[in-house]
Design a protein around this ligand. Structure first.
Ligand code: SOE
Length: 418
């Protein structure tokens, strides 16, 4: 009997929160080193949560060695190397600040926090901790979808030429039923905002990351379509039917967010985030139109990227459906033979593989807290715009709250050639 090679040094994980994101992150911590060559081997050390009975069951199911009902125990434990924050946005600030002060590496779910002010403090703390070797990452996991990472490569290589327009949608329908129960995602105090921050944050991050351009100003509208919902038991729900016999509680966030954006180069973008799009289950779509072609993606067909090459011979032009499962595509070589496809959970495994590699190599992973702060600035600008009659609102940190013209001098200087 031959023993296998000795595992690399352990990276001991303390996770806070064990709902949908806790399940996805735990899966990623368990699998990343089995499919990617990593400098450290993750170990699921301690899971923290509030309700002992369900927490104990989750710790067992996810494979954690121990659990505690005090998240502070995890942050204070000298044995734990990295803190993974999988809780609602109202707790990110307190936990991340404590973890960074304790010198831990930090993975914080998106959005970074529920306000720009908290995000700014977290970003400063992460920068200070970086100087001591602590790495931090914000969990915009969709960047690690092979097709989207490949789209970013193509844009950087000039495959679409000069970007002309960007459009992004995130369409879900799990709240279409007016009797779907309350959940923390519908409570502004917990979630910060509704579809805007929960799913709109993803398409803001992706549009900026794929294009390489930040959003400079926005004009937005927010709508709460269903103003009250049946009280929920655990508030964790992602849909279903609530108990309609009891009281109904006020929804304090948006169900629909629509906004126009002006990128720093003057490029215009259009964005839609909704949880009312009956039939659309997780249709996160990004399309980039450029002078030389277009890229189009829909997460409901997550192994495909549609590429339109406007430079192809006239009769040969048309969207090409590329299966992003070839070894040339980001992350794909670690998995199955071409065409066998990956799923939602693989984006989290790729995220953990990149984080563990960065920690082991002493480099800074992306998206950094600085990048997540930029997303937070866009979210805040959309909310300010919506509160001010959809006026154009700058995302700049020092912009007076309120309007800008929405046009930029860059747009007049940018050469618009057909
Ligand atoms: C619910 O809208 C949700 O779970 C988001 O919170 C996640 O970030 C997204 O990945 C899937 O949908």
């Amino acid at each position: 009997m031959t023993t296998t090679h000795a595992p690399t040094d352990a990276l001991r994980v303390g996770m806070i929160g064990y709902g949908f994101m806790g399940a996805a992150h735990s899966h990623a911590w368990r699998t990343a080193h089995r499919f990617f060559d990593l400098p450290l081997t993750p170990q699921l050390h301690t899971l923290a949560g509030r309700t002992e009975s369900t927490l104990a069951a989750a710790a067992e199911r996810y494979g954690f060695a121990s659990y505690t009902t005090r998240w502070q125990d995890v942050v204070e434990d000298p044995e734990i190397d990295v803190i993974d924050i999988c809780t609602p946005g109202d707790t990110h600030y307190e936990i991340a600040m404590a973890a960074l002060a304790a010198g831990k590496h930090v993975l914080c779910e998106k959005p970074l926090a529920n306000s720009v002010e908290q995000s700014e403090e977290m970003t400063a703390a992460a920068a200070a901790a970086r100087a001591q070797g602590a790495r931090s990452l914000c969990g915009f996991s969709y960047r690690r979808t092979p097709a989207l990472a490949y789209a970013r490569q193509l844009v950087a290589e000039g495959a679409v030429g000069e970007i002309r327009q960007i459009r992004a949608q995130y369409l879900q329908d799990w709240l279409s039923d007016a009797d779907a129960p309350m959940t923390w995602r519908l409570d502004k105090d917990k979630a910060g905002s509704g579809a805007l921050g929960d799913i709109g944050a993803h398409i803001i991050d992706l549009a900026q990351w794929i294009s390489g351009q930040d959003i400079a100003s926005v004009s937005g509208t927010l709508e709460t379509v269903v103003p009250t919902r049946p009280a929920a038991g655990d508030m964790q729900g992602l849909g279903g039917k609530g108990d309609t016999s009891g009281e109904r509680q006020d929804v304090t966030v948006d169900d629909v967010a629509l906004f126009t954006a002006r990128f720093e180069t003057g490029v215009l973008g259009s964005f839609e985030a909704t949880r009312m799009a009956q039939g659309r289950k997780n249709a996160m779509r990004v399309e980039i139109n450029g002078s030389a072609g277009s890229l189009a993606f829909d997460f409901e067909r997550m192994n495909e990227l549609e590429i339109y090459d406007a430079t192809a011979p006239g009769g040969r032009q048309g969207f090409t459906r590329v299966l992003t499962t070839e070894p040339e595509h980001p992350y794909a070589a670690a998995w199955w033979p071409t065409g066998h496809g990956l799923g939602y959970e693989h984006t989290f495994t790729h995220q953990i593989a990149d984080l563990v590699t960065a920690i082991g190599e002493g480099t800074d992973p992306s998206p950094s807290f600085e990048e997540a702060l930029q997303v937070q600035r866009v979210l805040a600008a959309v909310e300010a715009s919506a509160a001010d009659g959809s006026s154009w609102t700058s995302t700049a940190p020092d912009a007076p709250s309120g309007t800008t013209s929405g046009t930029t001098t860059q747009s007049t200087t940018q050469e618009h050639t057909r």
